[in-house]
Design a protein around this ligand. Sequence first.
Ligand SMILES: Cc1ncc(COP(=O)(O)O)c(C=O)c1O
Length: 369
Amino acid sequence: MTMTASKSQMKNKSLAAVDTPSLLLDLDALRENINTMSSFFAMRRCRLRPHFKSHKCTRIARLQMEAGAVGITCAKLGEAEVVAAAGIRDILIANEIVGPLKIGRLVALCTAADPMVAVDCADNVQMLSAHAAAAGVVIRVLVEVDIGMGRCGVAPGQAAVELASLVARLPGLKFEGLQGYEGHCVDLRDAGERLKQTRAALELLVSTRRLIEQSGIDVRIVSGGGTGTCDINGNTEGIDEVQAGSYATMDWYYADIRPEFRQAMSILTTVVSRPKPQIAIIDVGRKGIGAEWGPPRLKNQNVGRVIGFTSEEHMTIELFGPSDLKVGDRMEIIPSHGCTTSNLYREFVVHQKGQILETWPIEGSGKLQ
Ligand SMILES: Cc1ncc(COP(=O)(O)O)c(C=O)c1O
């Protein structure tokens, strides 16, 4: 990649050369996470289709493809456009693409890539078909089944069979299979409970698959799962693909239940004030760290903890014990959730053993449409 003058001056320097707040990416930890996950799937029939929404960076997506991923999952059409521009063709948009504006873009994307979308409503299926047939393209479709999360998706069983048969009959569409995301299970803290509830959810998905197959329709792909449930999905007969994303860069919320993956993402910050002996204020707040799973943690949790996380550009740290931390010193912070954090930055500063290697653009950042 090309670096601006100041960025090329950062290369091979220590992290002291990076201005703050910056989003850091530990290359060794990233590679290890990608390798850990791909090794698990290399020994199974089930394949990995990593979720782009977690890092939104095509350099990482390419590493995941090189490690054996079958394709990439995206949350948004705008993300899929970015992934296609990076030369990756097999893309699942794991959400419904609704309305003529978006469907027009989806049809256009079919020339650069081979996208697959989720559907859960007959009207949307009819509109997808009409646009695809008029443009002479074929859109691949997964019928989304609600397997307990209570978000999108038709009910398991007959409703899914009927929608699948509509997709299979209409021109311009190719019925590929089912999607079911057990979002109510992926972060259950208790491993036994996670296993029990995930198995129950996947049973709804696999039994729906069997019903569709019995009706004479071929089901090529059943896709679901996240970082917290990737192993359960990977070991379930009838699940073909897993959409895990967070495992690549991780965050502290997932690290608590998936210790086999390393913390690759962190935010480098500067201490800007020391108003009291036990208090340090750093230069990042809610505008620079995803917050929906709670406040961030210090990378070195022995030093202190976050006690104030309501400001846009500041965070309050309580320091444990006597501390000689000074204004200007640096601190690394781990977000509770990586997906919403990467969306706030334009680039990762990629480092290895404390040396800056390069910056990787986060091309999917802000792609909400
Ligand atoms: C449809 C879908 N698939 C998969 C995932 C899994 O992502 P993660 O690996 O972060 O659990 C998500 C996360 O929100 C999702 O919405």
